[in-house]
Design a protein. Structure first.
Ligand code: 3UK
Length: 508
């Protein structure tokens, strides 16, 4: 049963306000260990924080507010407070160090910051070198000058600043597989648009669903999946500060979660414990951030009985634009264009290529793409199409198959080899837990395919293993793609969003 709403949505904070305005304020909105907030309670917190921002901290519409916390209820309240006060939210990944924070503060020109006390150290260090940052408040601490103390002195109730649908409300920073963060601007209407495209057409969750997952709210995959989407239908969301595989398992069981958002690497780590999920309410599993290998899809289905919903999204376009639901899902394919979006494969001259040809993916849709930096806008957005930097192929039915990031195409002895294809082949070997493939310079072949392998417990990375894995790849895919060099590691370098950092493998 869907909740029916009278009001039309223009701005992001209305995703929260309309529940209270239309009589659903007592539904459970946010849960976390030891915390349950209804929609009304979240609104009350957000409005008190908005009052602090405007009355105590002098925020004016358009000011940029740095938000910094692990996924927890106060972060969600601060996020809505910024929307209500007409500010622009700049959420940062919890793991960022002072130097990276300074880059973000400078690019975004933040004047205010709301930060979890647990993450104060790096921000204090960064703030010393950022004179534009005028006001910082910490929450989730007992200190007398904390945000909660200031909230107590403010009335509940806040008259929302009169923002328009096309006012910027969010600066999203890309997660940096190449190391350099890029900022993209999003309007209020973009946040509403993502709630209208992928969730109703592909995810199809219900008001009684309980969302849970690992992506930080600072990553737009997490912001949508763990905040905007559940709230847009009156469902509830579980926010976990730490969401490693064991914590996700526990969370799904303890909170009766039904919809899970996480990355392929996390599905691989969870799969051996899949039996523990069989007795739970879990019914939908979403994967994004990296390509989902066919082997991981199978592993998960066999472990849990659930078909993963894969989807590619980007920070630039805010959320998922190519995806397939449980019925449409095809192993090895991301899916089809999400209603509302157009996706095409083009050659180096921006001309569409016939089905079955690998080329560059470009996408157009209601969420647009606006980089903060003009040079970037000029080179990555042409004719309204956003070039994602991915090499993809579309078949005659409109199904899209990922090959590689354009930068991750290895050219060896004249052959084009997509690093993820070699990884996918290796992952099918029972001894391989995780792997990363790159091209390394080679005098003879130009580039050489090199694989970094994390073995499952009980396996040894010796010469016999190298030979066995090379032979295995030659059987699975065209033999010239096999990794001629191989190295065994305990873990692979990954971003906080679960993406493999190939540039770090290349540097070592
Ligand atoms: C890669 C995928 C194959 C692809 C994101 C869902 O990942 C997100 O945003 P980012 O800006 O990175 C975008 C790039 O990541 N990618 C993401 N998903 C897939 N490749 N299959 C996939 N399913 O290279 C893309 O260009 O960090 C994902 C929702 C919101 C997001 N921001």
């Amino acid at each position: 049963p869907e909740l029916k709403f009278q009001s039309q949505l223009n701005c992001a904070h209305e995703l929260l306000d309309r529940h209270v305005a239309e009589g659903h304020g007592d539904r459970v909105c946010i849960r976390a260990p030891g915390v349950t907030w209804t929609y009304r309670e979240l609104q009350d917190k957000a409005e008190r924080i908005a009052n602090v921002l405007v009355r105590d901290l002098g925020l004016v519409p358009g000011n940029r507010v740095l938000l910094r916390a692990p996924n927890n209820p106060m972060l969600a309240a601060c996020w809505f407070a910024v929307m209500k006060a007409g500010g622009i939210a700049v959420a940062t990944m919890p793991l960022l160090r002072a130097k990276e924070l300074k880059t973000v503060l400078d690019i975004a020109q933040c004047s205010h910051a709301l930060c979890d006390a647990a993450l104060a150290g790096e921000l204090e260090q960064a703030a010393r070198a950022c004179p534009q940052l005028r006001q910082v408040r910490y929450f989730n601490s007992a200190e007398p000058h904390g945000l909660e103390q200031a909230m107590k002195r403010q009335p509940s109730g806040f008259r929302n600043v009169d923002t328009a649908a096309d006012d910027t409300c969010l600066l999203g920073f890309t997660s940096g597989t190449t190391g350099v963060p890029k900022a993209t601007m999003h309007f209020h209407r973009d946040l509403i648009a993502v709630c209208r495209c992928w969730p109703p057409h592909v995810l199809r969750a219900r008001p009684d669903d309980v969302f849970i997952g690992s992506p930080p709210l600072a990553f737009t995959f997490g912001l949508g999946g763990l905040l905007l989407f559940p709230l847009s239908i009156g469902a509830s969301t579980v926010l976990l500060e730490k969401a490693t595989p064991p914590q996700l398992l526990e969370g799904v069981r303890d909170f009766g979660a039904t919809v899970l958002f996480t990355a392929p690497t996390s599905y691989r780590a969870l799969a051996p414990h899949g039996a523990l999920l069989r007795g739970t309410r879990l019914r939908k599993c979403v994967s994004a951030g990296e390509a989902l290998p066919a082997a991981t899809r199978t592993l998960w289905r066999e472990a849990t009985g659930i078909e993963i919903i894969d989807g590619i999204g980007t920070t630039e376009l805010l959320h998922i634009f190519i995806s397939a639901d449980e019925v449409q899902a095809r192993p090895g394919y991301t899916g089809v264009a999400v209603p509302g979006y157009r996706a095409e494969i083009v050659d180096d001259d921006d001309q569409p290529v016939p089905p079955g040809t690998v080329g560059r993916l470009r996408v157009k849709g209601p969420t647009g793409c606006r980089y903060l930096a003009d040079e970037r806008q000029a080179s990555y957005v042409r004719d309204g199409w956003n070039y994602t930097g991915d090499a993809y192929e579309m078949d005659a039915e409109g199904y899209f198959r990922f090959h590689a990031r354009t930068d991750d195409m290895i050219i060896s002895a004249g052959y084009n080899i997509a690093a993820p294809e070699v990884e996918e082949a290796l992952l099918q070997h029972p001894a391989v837990a995780e792997c990363g493939v790159i091209g390394v310079p080679d005098a003879e072949r130009g580039q050489l395919v090199k694989a970094f392998i994390v073995l499952r417990p009980g396996h040894l990375g010796d010469a016999a293993m190298v030979k066995a894995l090379q032979d295995f790849v030659k059987q699975a895919i065209a033999p010239y793609k096999y990794p001629r060099a191989m190295e065994f590691l305990d873990a692979l370098p990954r971003t906080a969003t679960g993406k493999l950092q190939r540039f770090r493998l290349k540097a070592d």
